[in-house]
Design a protein around this ligand. Structure first.
Ligand SMILES: Nc1ncnc2c1ncn2[C@@H]1O[C@H](COP(=O)(O)OP(=O)(O)OP(=O)(O)O)[C@@H](O)[C@H]1O
Length: 318
């Protein structure tokens, strides 16, 4: 495994004003005993509501923050103790911080990073060519960073984080605030990175499309604790997200008809359209039973919305 955390905690002591003159100190457990293992080549979605402890975890994994308790290793080393060594083996994109030089053209930032990380010429050129093609950097590589749009800068940040060939890439909200096209470009790029399988990616996001398109494994954190670790499908099963079948009929729906495992949730169009909500039964079985019972004209199966599942998960853990 490339990342391992056991009982990882981070407590912050904060002061709060009580009345006019008094201040009270209290402890916020931002990360409250997180166990996490990530295998090489995985792409992991680390998600949760605002204030759940995602950024704080990432900061501990990258050596920016010292854990209050617990054990953590990334690439086999302890992040804070070996921060400089680790920096050569990981890439980091944190929305608020930039690794680029504001006044320099983007391409010159890349050249500087090559020197800092002492990347061999050929490796640098190969990685830059790949990023340029996949992220369309050509159009703005000679533009000073301060003049780039948010989407262009994020593409630059991703490239900067990858030029030294890191084993793990940590991304904190890489698509936040981007327009649809830039989001798509970033997502496609990460999808390609995942396909190649040589970089492990830990991604925090509030973007549900990112989750659906990219994250085979999801670790959901709330109030500093892991509340789900598994696939998106497992999340659907756990929260009993239900598929819906909508059928258009050539004859009115017989009101006394019942289908096992499916609940009739709407009858419309003078009985010619029926909506069935499935409860743990395969859509195929319901469709077959429907076809035997009524004359079907048209049919659609709607997948549960990931928004609903995640919202339900956050609500139930609150
Ligand atoms: N330096 C700090 N001092 C005091 N409290 C902090 C500090 N950093 C984070 N916190 C608190 O720790 C908790 C977790 O914050 P964190 O930024 O890790 O959440 P997050 O899941 O990344 O949230 P978001 O999705 O809003 O970015 C919050 O209650 C936050 O207020």
């Amino acid at each position: 495994m490339i990342i391992s955390a056991r009982g990882l905690r981070k407590d912050f002591t904060v002061t709060r004003k009580v009345g006019r003159f008094r201040r009270e100190r209290h402890v916020v457990s931002a990360v409250d005993g997180v166990d996490l293992t990530v295998e090489r080549g995985e792409l992991l979605g680390y998600i949760g509501p605002n204030g759940a402890g995602k950024s704080t975890t990432l900061k501990m994994l990258t050596g920016v923050l010292y854990p209050s308790a617990g054990e953590v290793t990334v690439c086999g080393v302890e992040p804070v103790a070996k921060r400089t060594t680790l920096a050569k083996r990981i890439g980091v994109v944190f929305g608020q911080r930039s690794q680029l030089w504001w006044d320099l053209p983007l391409g010159e930032s890349f050249a500087l990073l090559r020197h800092i990380y002492r990347v061999p010429d050929t490796d640098h050129a190969a990685r830059l060519t790949r990023c340029t093609e996949l992220l369309g950097l050509d159009e703005f590589i000679h533009t000073p960073v301060r003049q780039l749009s948010l989407g262009q800068r994020m593409r630059g940040e991703l490239t900067a984080a990858l030029l030294h060939g890191p084993e793990v890439l940590f991304l904190d909200e890489p698509t936040i605030g981007l327009d649809v096209l830039s989001k798509q470009a970033v997502r496609d790029f990460l999808g390609e990175l995942d396909q190649r399988g040589d970089t492990t990616v830990v991604l925090t996001t509030h973007d549900l499309a990112d989750i659906e398109k990219l994250c085979r494994r999801l670790v959901v954190i709330d109030h500093g604790r892991v509340v789900h670790d598994g696939t998106l499908d497992e999340l659907h099963t756990r929260y009993r997200s239900r598929r819906v079948v909508v059928a258009d009929l050539d004859a009115p729906w017989p009101t006394d008809l019942t289908l096992p495992g499916a609940e009739v949730t709407a009858v419309e169009a003078d009985g010619h359209r029926v909506t069935l909500t499935l409860d743990g039964i395969a859509a195929g079985e319901v469709v077959a039973a429907l076809a035997r019972a009524v004359p079907l004209r048209d049919l659609s199966v709607q997948e549960p919305e990931i928004e609903d599942v995640i919202a339900r998960l956050y609500r139930s853990e609150a």
